[in-house]
Design a protein around this ligand. Structure first.
Ligand code: ADP
Ligand code: ADP
Ligand code: ZN
Length: 215
């Protein structure tokens, strides 16, 4: 099954993707994670991308489309994949359709998670991620089992550089102007599944995601 997780920053795409991996056994393809890996490696691409990421703006379409195209070549994508954070513009969605067509595939479901902006700001400013295993926490809504320590035992709980209030507000503007048009794009293709995430626990949202995917 080929799935897109769509929604604003902080909607819970990564949180739901981690739960879905266990149930579906297909990989999560997160362009944000791929870009952060390039930043950490200090590649030329990473250096350029970081400027956009820190400003809360989108990295150019060519760069992310190229990353996804390469990723699709890996054998673990054969059974399906869930895209998290891609596509983010209509141009990316159109490029994705072309890539999938060449592979003889199509998107089965687009799961849209909608959350109010003020809740998104609270979620993102409290987000912490484990540097060792990638687990996602929130200081108040989803705290690690022991203070400052991940379930995997690591104490490397990190806050992303772009998870501050100023950058978050810019990312929300970017979402509303450049990514929200994808809602009508996919509604027109008949595979959009809408989920309201405001005030719902991660488990509550997961139940709805499974229903939407008929799992
Ligand atoms: P995204 O990948 O869409 O940016 P994340 O899955 O990283 O979002 O979640 C953003 C933050 O919100 C994290 O700190 C996460 O723990 C928290 N979070 C995720 N889902 C919920 C929820 N349903 N209720 C409250 N907080 C949530
Ligand atoms: P979140 O879901 O919390 O907004 P991501 O990890 O998906 O965060 O993205 C972080 C940043 O990486 C974005 O603000 C943007 O600068 C860049 N980025 C990620 N995915 C894309 C994409 N598909 N197109 C352009 N830029 C992207
Ligand atoms: Zn961990």
């Amino acid at each position: 099954m080929d799935i897109i997780l769509l929604g604003p920053p902080g909607a819970g795409k990564g949180t739901q993707a981690k739960k879905l991996i266990d149930v579906m056994g297909i990989p999560q393809i997160s362009t944000g994670d791929m870009l952060r890996a390039a930043v950490a490696e200090g590649t030329e691409l990473g250096r350029k991308a970081k400027e956009f990421m820190d400003a809360g703006r989108l990295v150019t379409d060519e760069v992310v489309i190229g990353l996804v195209e390469e990723r699709f070549k890996k054998p673990d994508c054969a059974k399906g994949f869930m895209l998290d954070g891609f596509p983010r513009t209509v141009a990316q969605a159109e490029a994705l359709e072309k890539m999938l067509k060449r592979m003889g595939r199509r998107i089965d479901h687009v799961v849209l998670m909608e959350v109010d902006d003020e809740e998104l700001v609270l979620r993102i400013t409290g987000r912490r991620t484990c540097g060792a295993c990638g687990a996602i926490y929130h200081l108040s809504f989803s705290p690690p089992p022991a203070s400052g320590k991940c379930k995997c035992g690591s104490t490397d709980l990190r806050q992303r550089d772009d998870d501050n209030e100023i950058t978050v507000r810019q990312r929300l503007k970017t979402y509303h102007s450049q990514t929200a048009p994808l809602v009508s794009f996919y509604a027109g293709r008949g595979n959009l599944r809408r989920i309201t995430g405001t005030g719902q626990t991660p488990e509550g949202v997961f139940k709805k995601v499974k229903e939407a995917l008929a799992l």
